[in-house]
Design a protein around this ligand. Structure first.
Ligand code: URC
Length: 295
């Protein structure tokens, strides 16, 4: 007899927008996020013998996502994820794990005539702030992250000294373009319960701001010998800035920009130190990943 060795189910792609209206100043603050909620527990019988008595309808999960967004702050997303996940454990004794993933989109306040506008925002990039939460009765595991932060530097990056053999055509370079989509996560020490998440709430925004700042500053300022080394430098600093983070990951595509030899046309110089016009590549791209933990 086959057995259900793992199961989870729920609602994905629940899009939620929440506005906070400051009555005193008339300033609005908005949050737009996409939530995924997948539950685990004593639910095998729903798969094996069509026993729907153990099933919290995914439609009810969607409703709960809206209701908890109304009842609680949605910022920081780590806190909202914890409230939402804990609800399912409190409400249903046979549910043992709530997996809550949140992707927050950017709505950046407009500056009009030098002044912050009270209720108008713009999308200043496809970058997202992400949370993956696993809420159980034993504790709350939180992983925070940034994804889709597209960056490019036009110099200050090299790549040489790599293996040269009969498979190698790539030339060594001491000056190249470096571009990547920053995708980074940082995993927090497990917290015992929602009260502990509430108590530590300030660390989540701080770590997100630090991780963004460190990623961009290191990318910009380091004389990069490789993507591998640059991402290690970034992760090292995040661990230093966030004492309650136990590990950091980066996944960085190396988005290549190829030099174009135009010497065939009137002897135009467009390679090496004369390179100005490049061909951005859609693919293939390098993909370099790392996880950095405390020793
Ligand atoms: O920073 C880099 N790391 C690599 O491993 C690699 N491989 C490659 O072809 N170019 C690069 N660049």
């Amino acid at each position: 007899m086959p057995v259900v060795s793992a199961a989870r189910y729920g609602k994905d792609n629940v899009r939620v927008y929440k506005v906070h209206k400051d009555e005193a100043t008339g300033t609005h603050t908005v949050t737009e996020m996409t939530v995924c909620c997948l539950l685990e527990g004593d639910i095998e019988s729903s798969y094996t013998v069509a026993d729907n008595s153990v099933v919290v309808a995914t439609d009810s999960m969607k409703n709960t996502i809206y209701i908890k967004a109304k009842e609680h702050p949605v910022n920081p997303p780590e806190l909202y994820a914890s409230y939402l996940g804990q609800h399912f454990l409190d409400q249903y004794s046979h549910i043992h794990v709530a997996n809550i993933n949140i992707v927050v989109k950017r709505w950046t306040r407009m500056i009009i005539d030098g002044k912050e506008h009270p209720h108008s925002f713009y999308r200043d990039g496809e970058e997202t702030r992400n949370v993956e939460a696993r809420i159980t009765r034993q504790g709350i595991e939180l992983k925070s992250g940034i994804a889709g932060l597209l960056v490019l530097k036009s110099t200050g990056s090299a790549f040489h000294g790599f293996i040269r053999d009969e498979f190698t055509t790539l030339g060594e370079t001491w000056d190249r373009i470096l571009s990547t989509d920053i995708d980074s996560t940082w995993t927090w020490n497990t917290l015992p319960n929602v009260a502990a998440v509430e108590k530590k709430v300030a660390q989540f925004d701080k770590a997100w701001e630090d991780a963004r700042r460190i990623s961009m500053k290191t990318f910009a300022e380091e004389s990069s010998p490789s993507v591998q080394h640059t991402m290690y430098k970034m992760g090292e600093q995040i661990l230093e800035a966030a004492p309650e983070v136990k590990s950091v990951t980066y996944a960085l595509p190396n988005k290549h920009y190829f030099e174009i030899d135009l010497s065939w046309h009137k002897g135009i110089k467009n390679t090496g130190k004369d390179a100005e016009v490049y061909a951005p590549q859609s693919g293939p791209n390098g993909l370099i990943k790392v996880e950095i933990s405390r020793s």
